[in-house]
Design a protein around this ligand. Structure first.
Ligand code: FPP
Ligand code: MG
Length: 325
């Protein structure tokens, strides 16, 4: 997402340099005395993405801190959240049986499910180990809470496969837990390390929570509407896995008589039929409207309390979620 940020202005240049530092902390920490481990880890290069979570952590730190020089702990914390994110992606690709992510082959397709499970575990334990080196009890507790929440979100989602009675509240709870919780925690960690008071920390945590939900709704819409080539990962996988997402759930809440048609589309893996139902019912535009509402709320929350170049950059990042579907 931050590829669309202006990386040539002062703050963009600052962020790029710090993200490079984050990447080297991550690779340094993953380095192992066993070449076999390093060989599997080297395949993670393909998973490197936009570094959204470390960017949010760094910008939240900068929006709240008084000093200009980034302490090492902040870069370390940014590496921790990206390691957790990588662990979830490696595991998620096994669950989704995905062969491609970000345009490259997934770990499960390259090395098999067994190696991918253990690599995800290695990333997760490396993240906890790295976090413990910061010696900040609150961060450790937060990290334990957020990884529990992520796993619970995935388990709840799994138990609702093919469930055409899934409520909107349950969907929002699932996306909050599986996606938004880590994004919120990234903003929270950055602002805690920046020395923000309780009010500011909670404003930034809420910002991350709303941005995270908007991000997942957008991701779900792309899975429904885009082609594999455009998103660098399989499209239509939610339908194939019986995962119901916002436009479908909202449409069924208004038109329960469409449940058999949706179930048919799921069992036939018929994305075109589902898309037609959603378009005919205005459900895609309602989901786009929900993204806009979440982003606008997130931006207003931040602008109401903080005003500096870093908080504006956070708002610019959030605003990008409204573009390009
Ligand atoms: C992507 O959703 C998945 C997540 C955001 C969370 C995945 C979490 C786990 C698999 C639990 C494991 C947790 C840890 C801590 C290792 P998606 O499938 O909708 O997105 P996609 O389109 O990118 O696949
Ligand atoms: Mg997935």
């Amino acid at each position: 997402m931050n590829t669309m940020l202006d990386m040539t202005n002062e703050i963009g240049i600052w962020l790029s340099a710090e993200l490079d530092e984050v990447s080297s902390v991550m690779s340094g920490h993953l380095q192992n005395k066993h070449p076999e481990v390093n060989s599997v880890c080297s395949k993670l290069a393909a998973y490197k993405g936009k570094m959204l979570r470390p960017s949010l952590l760094l910008l939240s730190w900068r929006a709240t801190a008084d000093c200009a020089v980034v302490p090492k702990n902040v870069v370390t914390a940014a590496a921790v959240v990206e390691l957790i994110h990588l662990a979830t992606l490696v595991h998620d690709d096994i669950l989704d049986e995905a062969d491609i992510r970000r345009g490259a082959q997934t770990i499960n397709s390259l090395c098999g499910n067994e190696a991918a499970v253990i690599l995800g575990d290695y990333l997760l334990s490396s993240a906890f180990h790295l976090c413990s080196t910061i010696k900040h009890v609150e961060l450790n507790i937060l990290l334990g809470e957020v990884t529990n929440t992520l796993c619970a979100g995935e388990l709840v989602q799994l138990s609702h496969r093919n469930d055409v009675d899934l409520s909107l509240d349950s969907y929002f709870q699932i996306i909050n837990d599986k996606t938004a919780s880590l994004i919120a925690a990234s903003c929270e960690m950055g602002s805690l390390l920046g020395g923000g008071d309780g009010g500011i920390v909670s404003v930034l945590r809420n910002f991350g929570g709303s941005v995270g939900k908007a991000f997942q709704i957008r991701d779900d819409l792309l899975d429904l509407l885009a082609q594999k080539i455009d998103i660098g990962k399989p499209a239509g996988r939610d339908l194939e896995k019986g995962k119901l997402t916002l436009p479908v759930i909202a449409m069924l809440a208004k038109n329960p008589d469409l449940k058999p048609a949706v179930l048919r589309a799921i069992s036939n893996h018929d994305r075109d039929a589902l898309r037609k139902l959603l378009l005919d019912n205005g459900s895609i535009s309602s989901a786009l409207h929900e993204i806009k509402k979440l982003v606008d709320g997130a931006v207003a929350g931040v602008r109401g309390e903080i005003s500096n170049d870093s908080s504006e950059q956070l708002c610019n990042l959030a605003a990008q979620l409204k573009q390009g579907i």
